[in-house]
Ligand binder design. Structure first.
Ligand code: SAM
Ligand code: SF4
Ligand code: F3S
Length: 470
């Protein structure tokens, strides 16, 4: 049984005193309004964590800057999922050294999944002496205390305890997403896919209380957010082992019942726990997006087993078929890994055939990256990097061909879309299947639903004309 620490607002009172100490530090040094630069790597969960740390920084009087050379506090929230992500962090943190030389009160901090691994935390401590604070995923609610230690006591602080996990409620949030909001419903992961570092750095699966989630969702709707994305590494196992008896379909139903004009999305679903009942619930909930992200990772049963995914190719395809029966307009995206240790050309071809069979809107494609301490990193891996890279190219070419055909079928149709971003020469609007269309729009259209006539589909880019504002 996992030992989960639940921390409520009353336990966070201690952090108030540390906030005052941090504020006093800057006042004494004549810095009236300290500036913070926060960079986030990795998944939406990390973005949501950064939003909470920014909430704490704002409560300590910080304003935010997008220029690290302008900052009094620099925070890098890191990701460990692939080697490439880690290399980028080491390089980018290294480049901060010159700022520290210029500003003696600058505090540079590195936190998140990467430093939850002993070897990475050690490397920051030993080889990056200008990094003053290193802290892991289980202590981010204590940011004020950790900063106060580093600033007032002028010592380097490293705090990366391993534990089953913490749920901290009542932390202020400073959201980045305009009209879109992330709402974490659970943390951690128990699945231990053999290639994945996440369960090792994020602790055991734990669910937030449904009443707290619902209260936060109501607040977001009242504040005018148009899209709420429920977050968890495996949202389908929400509520498992909890006495309240609210599982993921029930949670969706309750959020769907909140009055207002908003869309519910969620990430990520594990096929092992995606049930027909979940699809029935989505079919019955008009506010839940018809776009579904369902990572399959491999089309080969042999590789799925070696990955410890606990489903077969056929079970995955059956889920897709069921979903399409009950929600005819549903669309799928997915994650897939190429070059898992021991994967053969035949295994890879099964992945290609699954991609053809399902017809995904888009795919997030990755080349296997060995992660220290995971079982897959120790498996024999005879396929060369060149061959993996060639397979990767072949797979992305297939997906591009399929996406091209899909997009071409939109031309001449009129679709409902949500205007999301001002991209300079055009605005980007999102269709219900998660495709993006470029339109001419106005700043006040952002966050608004419109009807768009799709005019062209060239080089995987849709362009269209707004015919009606809804
Ligand atoms: N929990 C989610 C799930 O199981 O679908 C995804 C979590 S992970 C942050 C996002 C994706 O990264 C995974 O779906 C997988 O495709 C990829 N990934 C994870 N570990 C990897 C590794 N060692 N090498 C390559 N890709 C990896
Ligand atoms: Fe990693 Fe698997 Fe957990 Fe996803 S379900 S976070 S891939 S271990
Ligand atoms: Fe990366 Fe951690 Fe997310 S390893 S993908 S930031 S949970």
């Amino acid at each position: 049984m996992a030992n989960i620490e639940r921390i409520g607002p009353s336990e966070l009172v201690a952090q108030q005193a540390h906030m005052d100490r941090v504020r006093a530090f800057y006042e004494v040094h004549g810095i009236e309004q300290p500036r913070a630069f926060v960079r986030t790597y990795g998944c939406q969960q990390n973005v949501a964590d950064s939003e909470r740390m920014k909430g704490q920084l704002a409560a300590m009087g910080f304003v935010f800057t997008d220029k690290p050379d302008d900052a009094d506090f620099i925070l890098f929230n890191t990701c460990a999922v692939r080697e490439h992500a880690e290399d980028r962090v080491f390089g980018n943190v290294g480049a901060l050294k010159k700022f520290k030389a210029r500003n003696k009160h600058l505090l540079i901090a590195v936190c998140g999944c990467m430093v939850q691994q002993e070897h990475a935390a050690q490397k920051f401590y030993r080889s990056y002496p200008f990094v003053g604070l290193v802290f892991g995923t289980h202590v981010s609610h204590r940011l004020p205390e950790l900063m106060a230690g580093a600033l007032l006591e002028q010592r380097r602080v490293v705090e990366t305890p391993t534990c089953d996990g913490v749920i901290a409620e009542g932390i202020p949030v400073c959201r980045d997403g305009g009209f879109k909001a992330f709402l974490p419903i659970m943390y951690g992961c128990n699945n231990f896919c053999t290639y994945c570092i996440v369960p090792h750095v994020r602790g055991r699966e734990r669910s937030r209380d449904p009443e707290i989630i619902l209260a936060e969702a109501r607040e977001l709707v009242a504040e005018g957010y148009k899209e709420i994305t429920l977050l968890g590494q495996n949202v389908n196992s929400y509520g498992k082992g909890e006495a309240h008896g609210v599982d993921f379909p029930e949670l969706l139903r309750r959020i769907n019942a909140i009055e207002g004009d908003f869309l519910i999305r969620f990430m990520t679903s594990h096929p092992r726990d995606a049930s027909p009942r979940l699809f029935d619930t989505i079919a019955a909930c008009e506010k839940v997006s018809r776009h579904f992200h369902l990572p399959f990772q491999s089309g080969s049963d042999r590789v799925l087993k070696a990955m410890n995914r606990h489903y077969t190719r056929e079970q995955y395809l059956e889920l897709i078929r069921y979903a399409r029966r009950v929600i005819p307009d549903i669309s799928f995206t997915s994650d897939v890994i190429v070059g898992f240790p021991g994967e053969t050309r035949e295994d890879f071809e099964e992945t290609l055939s699954l991609i053809r069979e399902v017809g995904f809107t888009s795919l997030f494609t990755f080349i296997f990256s060995p992660r220290k301490g995971t079982p897959a990193a120790a498996m024999p891996d005879p396929i060369s990097a060149e061959e993996k890279s060639a397979w990767f190219t072949e797979m992305t070419a297939l997906q591009e061909e399929l996406s091209g055909e899909r997009l071409a079928a939109f031309v001449g149709t009129t679709q409902k879309a949500l205007v999301e971003t001002d991209a300079g020469d055009y605005y980007e609007a999102r269709l219900p299947d998660n495709s993006v269309v470029r339109v001419q729009a106005a700043p006040e259209d952002i966050g608004r639903h419109v009807q768009v006539r799709i005019d062209t589909a060239r080089s995987f880019i849709l362009t269209g004309t707004i015919t009606q504002r809804l």
